[in-house]
Unconditional design. Structure first.
Length: 324
């Protein structure tokens, strides 16, 4: 188990943390006494003095005459947390103001920021997943590039899932033909991702809550991507609507080890052909010489077998398996 380093995590030096813990453990001490503490043995006197200044600046150590005394940490560190929270809010506000100035003096819509290199794509993905508070929604065209590429889970995805962020993805159906990509998708599903597939997803989209989206399109030579960031606007609402439309008609990603091809049962193929032709249940029943109830039961069984909630999804799933 890793040893807790609470003060170092706040940016204080290891010497400052050791000095504070020594004062807590042994009570008030002079500087000379403190230098003989085992954890501080060998520390230069100037380094120890600097460490004590670090502690004094945030109120964790007080000086009375020649004695150094450790102070209770909670109130002092809560004050540090509040100050840093204010600094973070100021940084976000400054980013908003500066972005507005930038957009006022550059071409383009105020709610769209164009990223004209492929190098920042992973940084943008990581930003979406780190900043998400409730959910991430994604459309994925699947892998592009050569067959020797190394595929792995996108940056920040597993951390977001571990934090309990709801994660929904619609993959283009070509992922089903790529064992490497399918393995990566199944790893995410095992961690809590909800995944569906749909033929020919046209672009990559990541939506962070309802706050902003990153849209990536494949470069003409299919070796990279160009990206835009979409801030709250009608365009962002439209992208969210596009995702939800895909989600409603997509079909669940087959579980690991489940076959994605194969032949349809004879009666299933005939039934699907009638459905795709637009025949009603009554007409299908008449063609097959069975009751409408039997037709409905067979359709329900096909939907269950293919993981489809609607008849439209049934048609998509059957088409993906080559049954139509």
């Amino acid at each position: 188990m890793r040893t807790p380093r609470p003060l170092q995590a706040l940016g204080l030096s290891a010497t400052a943390e050791a000095a504070y813990l020594a004062l807590v453990e042994h009570g008030p001490q002079t500087l000379a006494e403190l230098t003989h503490h085992p954890a501080l043995a060998g520390s230069p006197r100037t380094g120890l003095q600097h460490a004590l200044t670090e502690l004094s600046d945030i109120g964790l150590v007080s000086r009375t005459n020649d004695k150094l005394t450790a102070q209770p940490p909670r109130a002092m560190l809560e004050a540090v947390a509040e100050r840093r929270a204010r600094e973070a809010r100021t940084a976000y506000e400054s980013a908003t103001v500066l972005s507005r100035i930038w957009l006022d003096h550059t071409a383009g819509s105020s709610y769209v920021e164009v990223i004209d290199t492929s190098e920042r794509r992973e940084t943008l993905q990581l930003r979406v997943k780190n900043e998400a508070m409730t959910q991430v929604r994604a459309l994925s065209i699947g892998p592009v590039g050569g067959g020797d590429r190394v595929l792995e889970v996108g940056p920040g995805t597993l951390d977001a899932l571990e934090r309990g962020i709801a994660y929904r993805v619609v993959y283009s159906a070509n992922i089903l033909q790529d064992p490497k990509a399918l393995e990566v998708a199944h790893e995410c599903v095992a961690r809590g991702e909800q995944a569906r597939v749909f033929p020919d997803v046209a672009l990559n989209v990541l939506v962070c809550d309802d706050r902003f989206a990153v849209v990536s399109v494949t470069a003409p030579d299919r070796t990279g991507h160009h990206s835009i960031i979409v801030q709250p606007s009608g365009l962002l609402e439209g992208l969210i609507g596009v995702f939800e439309s895909y989600w409603r008609i997509a079909v669940p990603l087959p579980a690991a080890g489940e076959a994605v091809g194969g032949e349809a049962p004879a009666e299933g193929r005939q039934l699907l052909s009638f459905l795709s032709a637009g025949l009603t249940d009554e007409s299908i029943a008449r063609e097959l010489g069975v009751s409408e109830r039997t037709v409905a039961r067979r359709i329900a069984r096909l939907q269950e077998n293919l993981g489809a909630k609607t008849r439209f999804q049934l048609g998509v799933q059957a088409s993906r398996r080559g049954w139509l």
